[in-house]
Design a protein around this ligand. Structure first.
Ligand code: CA
Length: 365
């Protein structure tokens, strides 16, 4: 019997609807007195190889924060992709309660609802700062919670990669025609844009990328950026490294928690979980800024990587296709339209302000 089920069986960890010892009536948090001394052990499944730099380590950082903040009352064991379930089955593992928690990104679950992709990243969409502003202060979180509600899972932002790189190619990309027939690992809506451009998007878990590219199973791949791409040695499998990651301008990673498991926690531990996710969200973004700088230097100056920029007209065409692909998601259903409208309206306002602030400054420095 799983520990929390065992505790529930004993009536210890059950969600209390009565008056707790803290003097507050709560229907969602287990009572304070009963659970103050209870220790909880959770499993976290992830879509990353165990301890993979930046991504896997963000999951470990999250677990460590929760452990420290709770003084060991909630401990979380992190599992890499494939240890309990394969990478792309981790959402279902949390839904079903095999694991109480997961770390991944919403676009991996687009098969459940294409609108989930707005909570990861959108081609030519918002940057990390803008995403966080939308999620935390622009209504994004409420929509995200509603989107996962039918699955009994609570989402939280728990990391961001910043602007990614455009990917690794073994031929030059001089026109949109060069994408025709290209079998490329590229997830989410960016993949649909590639399909519209005549290519074939495939989704391969990170851990299989190097061999897939090296053996010609795929022609090209994007992964994240210098920090992560160097860790997989992708420069050893492709000739050109293209900038920028038009398809992933600020990808949000998520922490998902099984809502039943969450309800068994006392209120202070629930708050710790949510705040640890927030700390992880900020920490990962800053780590990527620092580590990408160093890794880019190594890729160029040690490994002689040929860094290219996509030509302007290719970017222009990709932008047109992206607008279509993103708008199509809104056609899915009424709720998808609501998410799209919220995202787009926030993004447009942010563009106006950023043009006068971040963008104006970056252009002149
Ligand atoms: Ca990527």
């Amino acid at each position: 019997m799983e520990r929390r089920h065992f505790l529930r069986y004993l009536g210890i960890g059950a969600a209390g609807a009565g008056l707790s010892a803290c003097g507050q009536e709560s229907s969602t948090a287990a009572s304070c007195e009963e659970t103050k001394q209870t220790e909880f052990e959770w499993k976290m499944v992830t879509t990353w190889p165990k301890n993979f730099p930046g991504l896997g380590t963000a999951a470990e950082f999250l677990a460590q924060q929760i452990n420290e903040m709770s003084n060991g009352r909630l401990t979380i064991k992190v599992y890499g992709a494939g240890e309990i379930v394969p990478a792309f089955e981790s959402f279902d593992a949390v839904v079903g309660g095999t694991a109480e928690m997961g770390h991944g990104s919403a676009y991996y679950w687009k098969g459940k609802n294409p609108a989930f992709q707005f909570f990861s990243t959108v081609p030519f969409g918002m940057t990390a700062n803008e995403m966080n502003a939308w999620l935390y202060h622009g209504g994004g979180m409420e929509l995200w919670q509603r989107a996962y509600e039918p699955f009994g899972v609570e989402p939280m932002p728990a990391g961001n990669t910043g602007v990614q790189m455009g990917g690794w190619f073994n031929k030059e990309i001089n026109s949109l025609d060069d994408l025709k027939g290209l079998k490329m690992r590229i997830p989410g809506l960016g993949g649909e844009v590639l399909r519209m451009a005549g290519g074939t998007p495939v989704n391969v878990p990170g851990g299989d990328l190097f061999m897939s590219l090296k053996n010609g199973v795929i022609d090209a791949t994007e992964w994240v950026g210098p920090y992560n791409d160097l860790a997989f040695g992708l420069h050893g499998a492709a000739q050109y490294y293209y900038s920028p990651g038009w398809h992933e301008p600020g990808t949000t990673l998520e922490c998902i928690v099984n809502k039943e498991a969450m309800a068994e926690l006392p209120a202070d531990l629930q708050s710790i979980v949510r705040n640890a996710a927030k700390v992880t969200n900020a920490n990962m973004m800053l780590e990527y800024v620092a580590k990408n700088n160093d890794a880019l230097d190594v890729l160029i100056n040690k490994h002689g990587v040929d860094v290219r920029s996509f030509p302007d007209d290719v970017i222009e065409r990709l932008r047109e296709l992206s607008d279509k692909v993103v708008a199509e998601v809104a056609e899915n259903d009424e709720f998808s339209r609501e998410i799209y409208d919220s995202y787009l309206s926030f993004s447009n306002k942010s563009k106006a302000w950023y043009q006068l602030s971040e963008q104006a400054y970056l252009n002149l420095r």
